[in-house]
Design a protein around this ligand. Structure first.
Ligand code: ACO
Length: 367
């Protein structure tokens, strides 16, 4: 078997050309449509970044107002979705509930719209789905979306009944922007593969949600928080990591296929994790995280990825752990959709080859 062209996990394989984002791992640079993430988190709201990713340019004042108007008035979902959530086992993972809800929602939405409009609809409705699903699973009534609120404030309103516009809302905005887009990551690639068959945007998004759920990808933010809880105290942290590495366990929230010298997004969120620890007076997760990070660097030369600091930041914000990955979806929907649109603008079915290592040809003749 000639394995010279085989790249396990497609590592190093160039599978497409994209104008949505640029990742330069050597320079620790991440640009969305040419804009550095540092500039975006400093100067923009998630709604502006959503517009940038979906429409290619940052919005002017009027375009932003029109976008927020379209999105704000499109947040309601059909009653059948609430019935679906009530019929599901309450213990089902929120990502599984969301995957089913998007599939059902799609059957109610117009088929013959431009994909950019379909993408805006999902950006508008996903917070309603995530929060209603959670509240129903907790025995609470869902809250109606507020058309007058921006993306982030509406999310807190839908989850708790109270919109936020404080420091926590600012930090949430940063994490939403940093979660919005990241090149040919696994879930985006899954979405591109799905629509490359000329399937529809909604099917691409359902594939992407299923792909993001895994702990090697988006599910790592939940797994990282569970790990911090399992470690429990700073005193146990170093031994815990060393023992886990001896057992060849993956330490969640560390390592990255592209970034070998650190993930710039993680560095940004780490600053907020420290600040939140000070502001809330809860330094436990920060202290454990510092030790885990030092151990991973010393033992494996591995740096934290975005999911590691996000985990403790979301915990200190009071967000339920099972919602961390669905919250990732709320902004990554923009990156997925931008890639789906780009794929279909210049489509060729994505269909790699494989090497065969099964039995030699054999015959049933004469059996
Ligand atoms: N913990 C322990 N060892 C690790 C970790 C980790 N988190 N990540 C990589 N390694 C080790 C591997 O065991 C392997 O070691 P070896 O060569 O001695 O066998 C080496 O580093 C290379 O790792 P791979 O898994 O082959 O790297 P790959 O590029 O295939 O995977 C991935 C990248 C999936 C992110 C990996 O680092 C990982 O599993 N991390 C933990 C899960 C995680 O945090 N995922 C979030 C990714 S970012 C995001 O989705 C927003």
């Amino acid at each position: 078997m000639d394995t010279s062209n085989y790249r396990p996990g497609l590592e190093g394989v160039i599978a497409g050309i994209s104008a949505v984002s640029m990742v330069d791992a050597e320079k620790n640079l991440l640009l969305y449509r040419g804009y550095d993430i540092h500039d975006l988190v400093t100067h923009c709201t998630m709604d502006e970044v959503a517009y940038l990713l979906l429409h290619g340019e940052l919005p002017g004042k009027e375009s932003l107002a029109a976008f927020c108007q379209r999105v704000g008035t499109d947040r309601e979902v059909p009653g059948a979705i609430y019935e679906l959530f009530r019929a599901m086992p309450s213990a089902a993972h929120p990502m599984d509930r969301l995957k089913a809800a998007v599939a059902l929602l799609a059957t109610f939405l117009p088929e013959d719209e431009p994909n950019s409009r379909k993408a805006e609809r999902l950006y508008a409705k996903l917070p309603t789905l995530v929060c209603a699903s959670w509240r129903i699973s907790q025995g609470q009534e869902p809250i109606a979306p507020d058309p007058s609120l921006c993306h982030n404030a509406n999310f807190f309103h839908l989850l708790t009944g109270t919109p936020r516009s404080d420091y926590i809302a600012d930090v949430f905005n940063v994490t939403q922007i940093l979660y919005a887009e990241h090149g040919f990551n696994a879930s985006t690639f899954a979405a591109r593969v799905t629509v490359s068959t000329l399937s529809d945007l909604y099917s691409g998004v359902v594939s992407a949600i299923g792909t993001l759920k895994g702990p090697l990808h988006g599910g790592a933010n939940e797994a990282a928080m569970e790990m911090l809880q399992e470690i429990g105290t700073p005193e146990r942290a170093a031994t815990w990591v060393r023992e886990a590495l001896v057992q060849k366990k993956k330490i969640m929230g560390f390592g990255h296929r592209e970034y070998k010298h650190g993930d710039e997004r993680a560095k940004i969120v780490k600053g907020y994790a420290k600040e939140l620890a000070e502001r809330t007076g809860t330094r436990l997760w920060w202290e454990i995280s510092e030790i885990v990070e030092a151990e991973m660097l010393a033992a494996k030369k591995l740096h934290p990825n975005l999911d590691f600091p996000v985990a403790s930041v979301y915990y200190l914000m009071g967000l339920p752990i099972p919602l961390y990955t669905p919250i990732f979806v709320l902004s990554r929907i923009t990156g997925w959709s931008a890639h789906i649109i780009e794929q279909l603008d210049n489509n060729r079915i994505i269909r790699p080859g494989h090497l065969y290592n099964g039995p030699e040809e054999r015959s049933l003749r004469g059996a």
